[in-house]
Design a protein around this ligand. Structure first.
Ligand code: DGJ
Length: 697
């Protein structure tokens, strides 16, 4: 029996069987042996004469009736149901490594369980046969879940509508999601939670699990006939996609799991802490940026871009990002992808005049690329039509007029690396927006087998090599907005583009969902134009600002259309963000439960000395005024000064009077703020207000 104690949770692992079995994880326990005895199950009628453990790799041959953790076979379908015997294990601080063998099937499993910050599990499978290939159909990590955690929170999405929550009772039988899009996906983020029915942001036990992987994946939440629950997460292989030659190994992506006794906010802060503990986590203040996409799209013209840059500097931006359209024949989205050479049509004198202008204004320069893709109408494709993921004998379907470049091929990989390396070497570029806009559909590698697994690893390698050569360049993970947001891509990127939707109303939900996985300093959030390009809705500057302020702030709007007063208003928002930035990007994200017509969230300083809270009305509601906003999680014994932070162009709601504290501020204890709450004025739908909290004793 192994008892691992982490900063956030305890884990009890039983090694009596072949593969390790997590008997308990979550709440700290005193006596692991007693825990095992307490949870011993009985044989019941109507089931096999043994109780198969829900191990990290449950075994069909061991009597497990759910989905086995390892699916695979040797020639002619043999050795399809392995059984492992324990070989060895060692514990090193918070980490357990356990080895198990199946000498009959010729397989070895090495499981790593680490609880340093979150519960992190990865499993390696090795083909120990000296002669035979092993065809691997799936290796997933299985996590048992306590039976009282009976409600699921999962996410759905699509382009411009990422991270939408769905809650449902956890049924008997399985709920599953499968992602075959070759990227983390808008549709099926690899993130789910389970909690005691009715759990909220600050109450109810809850666990969460995330698969740190940027390719195909599946997750499963299953309840067995005997009542036991488990989650299973792992990479999803196409038929025949993964095989192991003698001596070869496959390692699963990491499953990162969190636990909290008191609701979602505390659980999700664990994900943030893990990311913030990475050595590569951005340490410098996150530069406010201006991105050219919704301002000019493909219409690149030096004078226009210089004008935009002047205005970016005027409002206090610190980085200017030139989006799609600067290279090859890329005058629209039908051609040019793959040719990472500055276009003489769009930029006759190269990028230097623009870059010098931008850096002369005191801003960094950033640039857009989409290195995994190629348009059939490109010099690259004309020269190397065989460098793409397609399936022999079939016409490849296009997505946004493009195909996927097979980066698992050394020649294609080296070519792209050389071009990107030259781009970064020859220009003063501080930031790369790395986009990926096409699902993998029917993509085979050079050997004719499905190519998504190899491609995902090749993308990681390409990013790693580029970072090694250009360690000071920051990279953003973009994929048609937020289709590639996961902890593995974040090992090699410094920001994600959360969504192509800059509509503040939609963003309230999208960012709330994304905040359950990533902290605000990594979450790209832009102030768009008054009329959102992707929805056609109109919002005032205050609502758009209050929404974007809580991420890595950017502006994506044709600033040339603004007069001086409007530019001053944006400059005020940027200044406010920069003033609050250490708190916003270093504190603990807090979300609050309120009525469905409102979205309330904020950031508290880790020592609870300060906080900033946003309260938004996203719809009308039966009550004329919002319910008092309760702010749990502050220091109950201390007093806080609460002040309304007025945003430029904030419009008063339908109020005939305002509470006195709205103009003068108010002082209250953390306890009273948590239990009684603050009565806010009425708000118009699609508006938000900000509150600043300062501890005063
Ligand atoms: C998709 C991205 O999400 C957008 O922000 C923009 O960069 C376009 N691609 C450019 O083609």
């Amino acid at each position: 029996m192994i008892h691992l104690r982490g900063s956030g949770l305890d884990v009890v692992v039983d090694l009596a069987h072949g593969t390790p079995t997590i008997v308990h994880w979550g709440a700290p326990v005193d006596d692991p042996d007693a825990v095992v005895a307490m949870l011993e199950r009985t044989l019941v009628h109507g089931s096999p004469d043994l109780i198969a453990p829900v191990s990290v790799v449950p075994e069909h041959a061991g009597g497990f009736a759910g989905r086995p953790g390892l699916l695979g076979r040797r020639r002619r379908g043999r050795r399809w149901t392995p059984r492992f015997e324990r070989v060895d294990h060692h514990v090193d601080g918070s980490r357990l490594v356990a080895v198990a063998d199946d000498p009959v099937a010729g397989l070895r499993l090495t499981t790593t369980i680490d609880v340093a910050d979150c519960l992190v599990i990865a499993i390696e499978l090795t083909n120990t046969s000296a002669t035979d290939r092993y065809l691997l159909d799936g290796l997933t990590v299985t996590l048992p879940v306590a039976e009282h955690l009976d409600e699921l929170l999962t996410f759905t999405g699509r382009w411009t509508r990422e991270f939408h929550p769905e809650r449902a009772p956890w049924p008997h039988g399985a709920v599953t999601a499968e992602n075959r899009r070759g990227r983390t996906s808008h549709e099926t983020p690899s993130l789910l939670f389970a909690g005691r029915a009715g759990f909220g942001e600050w109450h109810g036990e809850v666990i969460g699990a995330h698969l740190a992987w940027s390719g195909n994946h599946s997750w499963l939440a299953d309840r067995l006939a005997d009542g036991r629950r488990y989650l299973q997460l792992g990479e999803l292989f196409h038929p025949g996609e993964c095989s192991l030659e003698p001596g070869e190994s496959y390692r699963t992506p990491e499953v990162v799991a969190v636990w909290s006794a008191d609701g979602l906010t505390a659980a999700t802060q664990r994900f943030h802490r893990r990311l913030r503990a990475r050595p590569e986590h951005p340490a410098s203040p996150r530069p406010v940026l201006v991105n050219t996409w919704e301002a000019v799209y493909f219409d690149h013209d030096l004078d226009t871009l210089r004008d935009l840059a002047d205005r970016a500097a005027r409002v206090g931006a610190e980085r200017f990002v030139l989006d799609d359209g600067w290279f090859g024949s890329r005058r629209d989205d039908t051609s040019g992808l793959g040719d990472w050479i500055v276009s003489p049509d769009a930029h006759p004198d190269g990028l230097a005049p623009l870059i010098e202008h931008v850096t002369g204004l005191g801003m960094e320069f950033g640039i857009w690329v989409e290195p995994e893709m190629v348009n059939p109408d490109s010099d690259l494709f004309r020269a190397h039509p065989d460098w793409v993921l397609t399936t022999d004998g079939y016409e490849p379907p296009l997505g946004r007029n493009q195909l996927v470049l097979d980066l698992a091929r050394d020649d294609a990989f080296d070519h792209v690396l050389r071009q990107l390396d030259a781009l970064l070497r020859d220009h003063d570029i501080a930031f790369v927006k790395w986009d990926m806009n096409r699902d993998h559909i029917g993509g085979s590698g050079a050997d004719g087998a499905a190519g998504t697994h190899a491609q995902t690893l090749a993308v990681y390698r390409l990013l790693d090599e580029l970072r090694r050569r250009h360690p000071d360049v920051e990279i953003e993970s973009c994929s048609s907005g937020g289709a590639r947001i996961d902890h593995e891509i974040l090992r090699r990127t410094d920001r994600v583009w959360t969504s192509d939707c800059n509509d503040a109303l939609e963003r309230q939900t999208i960012q709330r969902g994304a905040s359950m996985l990533i902290p605000p300093e990594l979450m790209g959030a832009h102030i768009g134009p008054p009329r959102a390009h992707t929805t056609g809705r109109r919002h005032g500057l205050a609502f758009r600002s209050a929404t974007a302020l809580f991420g890595h702030l950017g502006i994506e709007w044709d600033l040339r259309s603004l007069d001086d007063a409007e530019l001053d208003a944006i400059a005020e928002v940027v200044a406010l963000h920069r003033r609050l930035r250490p708190l916003l990007h270093g504190g603990d994200v807090v979300r609050f439960d309120t009525e469905p017509a409102f979205v309330a969230h904020g950031v508290y300083a880790t020592d609870r000395s300060e906080g900033i809270v946003s309260f938004a009305r996203v719809a009308t509601s039966p009550g004329l005024t919002p319910p008092p906003l309760r702010l749990p999680g502050l220091d109950p014994e201390r007093h806080y000064r609460v002040e309304h932070v007025a945003l430029p162009r904030e419009r008063p709601g339908p109020n005939r009077t305002a509470p006195a504290w709205w103009s003068d501020g108010l002082t209250a204890t953390g306890r009273d703020l948590a239990t009684v709450g603050l009565q806010l004025p009425a708000l118009h739908p699609e508006s938000a207000v900000l509150l600043h909290l300062q501890r005063v004793d």
